[in-house]
Write a protein that binds this ligand. Structure first.
Ligand code: UN1
Length: 508
């Protein structure tokens, strides 16, 4: 069911051209790019060499030294322009996200919308990155906080949100007076190249942006390693697997650099006896099957009260059996392909384990389209399982929803929290006691806890991130900007005496 009238490679070339990426940026290199829609090769991007990476880091540091002297509201103007350029590029970039990452068009466009939204947020923020004034214990003294830029910020992003994650980091980092060096996933260099071209257009309109302020490095883990180990990179924001975080975090800690880590999630929803089931079913469908289960916020575990289990689960099974899986460019499709064969194999392995654990599985099989044997489409899997076995506690980046039954909310919360990850969570209830309990200190232990909406699709205005193996970082809205700046506490004496704090006397 491929919709293409034009071969996909030609479409990619046309989109990249419209977005302002020259052919040499994605031809003749050895970073081979495939589209998950057909599995075919669509580009060969040149990799950034180790020496070019070192140069980009040094140049970004230099750019920061200059950029930090530009007033913050003026820096906000660059991000406002970036938002304008993204608005103009929305249809093309959204479609390129769909082709490169495999998410449906509406989600591809939605991802670019997140970029536009964070630009608006950051432009406004550029007039608010100020500190507190605090009372001093000494007469004729004043205490205040000043926020300063940090330096060149490293951003390591994943295939599933190939451009939005950069924008959350870049928009904040740049208004805060930093430079940004980006290493996107090896699977999605084209959307990164397009985003870089869009940024360059905003920079040209702004005029006088220091060279190398926003750098793009294409390559494998060795490029990431250079960012992680460089003394010129004071903060690395990394999105990916918990395994990646385990490799990155200790090395940053060893040199006392900062880390913002967005790692694995194993997000759950609790469906209580009073849940509005019509709304609940829709929320579950989007969170669990949307993006083919390849969001870090995807719903992976469903804890259903025994009184509604037999009403809800058959409805879900029907939807799982009928949801349209196919070419994400087609209007009717809701579930696109998995990113690659490895993702498919990991999904099958998890399902085999669940079956050994006694689960009853609906769906999960590969859907093969004869004309595209290299693509990995699957029917999302609904897995009814009696207890939370090891495989349920493990994040598999695929559309698998484990469904468990509960009797007491207390037990559901305990099961909910007894996984290593802590990103997103939801409760479906019309009972205010249950809702508030879930949001309280003794409820969900996640960085995101929702009521009557799903686990995925967070707005940019809130702080985004999670606890435990999710890594503890917060990106995007609220006061996440503070991580991209250093705080100085200033005490100013405007009197003629020198009283010491804590009443200490030191008379010479
Ligand atoms: C991710 O999957 O890495 O909350 C990010 C959401 C999106 C971001 C997901 N706004 O689902």
């Amino acid at each position: 069911t491929t919709s293409a009238t034009t071969p996909i490679k030609d479409e990619v070339r046309a989109l990249l051209t419209q977005l302002g990426v020259p052919p040499q940026a994605y031809s003749g290199g050895d970073l081979i790019v495939h589209t998950p829609i057909t599995g075919e090769e669509i580009a060969q991007a040149p990799r950034t060499t180790a020496s070019a990476t070192a140069e980009a880091i040094a140049q970004a540091h230099k750019a920061y030294l200059e950029w930090r002297t530009v007033p913050a509201p003026k820096r906000g103007e660059l991000i406002r322009l970036l938002g304008d350029e993204l608005r103009a590029a929305l249809p093309q970039l959204g479609r390129l996200v769909t082709i490169e990452a495999g998410k449906i068009l509406s989600e591809g466009l939605g991802e670019v919308q997140e970029m536009i939204d964070i630009c608006g947020f950051a432009a406004g923020l550029s007039r608010q990155v100020g500190g507190l004034t605090l009372p001093s214990e000494r007469p004729s003294h004043r205490m205040m906080e000043t926020w300063h830029p940090l330096g060149a910020i490293g951003v390591i992003s994943a295939f599933n949100f190939p451009v939005a994650v950069w924008s959350w980091n870049a928009a904040l980092a740049l208004v805060c007076g930093n430079a940004v060096i980006w290493k996107p996933s090896e699977k999605t260099p084209l959307t990164a190249l397009a985003t870089q071209a869009i940024f360059q257009r905003a920079a040209a309109k702004f005029g006088g942006v220091p060279e190398g302020l926003a750098a793009l490095l294409l390559g494998d883990v060795s490029v990431g390693e250079q960012l992680v180990t460089s003394p010129l990179v004071p903060l690395v924001s990394a999105t990916g697997s918990t395994a990646m975080g385990r490799a990155v975090a200790p090395r940053l800690a060893a040199r006392f650099a900062r880390a913002i880590l967005e790692l694995g999630g194993n997000n759950a929803a609790i469906v209580t006896p009073t849940a509005d089931l019509h709304l609940t079913v829709r929320a579950i469908a989007f969170s669990a099957m949307g993006t083919a289960g390849q969001r870090c916020t995807s719903l992976r575990r469903l804890l259903v009260h025994e009184s509604v289990y037999d009403t809800l689960v058959p409805q879900l099974k029907k939807i799982y059996a009928s949801v349209v899986v196919g070419d994400p460019r087609d209007a009717g499709t809701l579930v696109g392909p998995l990113i690659d064969e490895r993702a498919f194999n990991a999904m099958q392995k998890a399902l085999e384990q669940a079956r050994r654990d006694g689960a009853e599985i609906t769906g999960g099989e590969r859907i093969s389209f004869a004309e595209i044997p290299q693509a990995f489409f699957v029917r999302p899997a609904l897995v009814e399982i009696a207890t939370q076995t090891d495989i349920v506690r493990h994040e598999t980046f695929a559309p698998i929803l484990y469904v468990l039954k509960y009797r007491e909310l207390e037990d559901a919360i305990a099961v909910h929290n007894s996984v290593p990850q802590g990103l997103s969570s939801s409760i479906f209830t019309l009972n205010v006691r249950e809702a508030e309990r879930f949001l309280s200190a003794t409820g969900s232990d996640c960085g995101i806890a929702n009521v009557n909406i799903g686990t995925s699709g967070a707005e940019i205005g809130g702080a985004f991130g999670g606890e435990k193996e999710t890594g503890g970082g917060r990106e995007s809205g609220s006061d996440a900007w503070k991580q991209y700046m250093r705080r100085a506490t200033n005490t100013i004496n405007y009197g003629t005496e020198l009283p010491l704090a804590q009443g200490v006397s030191f008379d010479i």
